[in-house]
Design a protein around this ligand. Structure first.
Ligand code: E4P
Length: 216
């Protein structure tokens, strides 16, 4: 499973990129609004840091024609921009059009196997099931990952599954075990993935033992 970062914060993207683990970035209108920056300028800056991996940029229009127009403008910013399209009837039409234009797409706000299957058949490059938001309403987000992975595998579908709306490290481990191709993760969760109390205790013990050798 590959790692994407789920943020529009440039500093976080740079820090994650320096770790050498980053295969892409996802943004959404809420994440961009939080930054209070010009969307196109921020996307350009992100693609200058992450030069090869996919950078998802979401359309705001709700009709297919509007989505296609917006998506073409966003795709012109850099060759690694992926157009993020909401899972609606109009969204599916736009995904088909982008697929014919060889523009990659990420179908977002996926909450069922049927939605994922429809998106894949419309030509989506990626589908993004939202784990955390399903868990929030008492459903099992991880179970959805398992089912989408099973259906895609059964029918030879090459659309990649991005586990999204990740809230904690266990979501990451379980997404990998259940067959997600990618997890898009907030920066604070990436930091949590690195940490283990036994690693900290081990470093402390090695350093104190090393200090003792100097005294003997
Ligand atoms: C994915 O592409 C979305 O940006 C994101 O994972 C949404 O997560 P949230 O439910 O924490 O807003």
């Amino acid at each position: 499973m590959k790692f994407f970062i789920d943020t529009a914060n440039l500093d976080e993207i740079k820090q994650a990129h320096q770790l050498g683990i980053l295969s892409g970035v996802t943004t959404n209108p809420s994440l961009v609004a939080k930054e209070g920056v010009n969307f196109h300028e921020r996307l350009k800056a992100i693609t200058e840091v992450v030069t090869t991996g996919s950078v998802s940029a979401e359309v705001i229009a709700t009709d297919a024609a509007g989505m296609i127009e917006e998506g073409k403008e966003l795709a012109a910013i850099a060759p690694n921009i992926t157009i993020k399209v909401p899972m609606t009837l109009e969204g599916l039409k736009a995904v088909r059009a982008f697929s014919e234009l060889n523009i990659s797409t990420n179908v977002t706000l996926v909450f069922s196997v049927n939605q994922a299957l429809l998106a894949a058949r419309a030509g989506a490059t990626y589908v993004s099931p939202f784990l955390g938001r399903l868990d929030d309403i008492g459903h099992d987000g991880l179970e959805l990952i398992s089912k989408i992975a099973e259906v895609f595998d059964l029918h030879g579908i090459s659309t990649e599954i991005i586990a999204a709306s990740i809230r904690h490290p266990q979501h990451v481990t379980e997404s990998a075990l259940r067959g997600a191709h990618i997890a898009t993760i907030p920066f604070q969760v990436i930091r949590q993935l690195v940490q283990h109390p036994l690693t900290d205790a081990g470093i402390e013990r090695f350093l104190s033992d090393w200090e003792k050798t100097k005294k003997s």
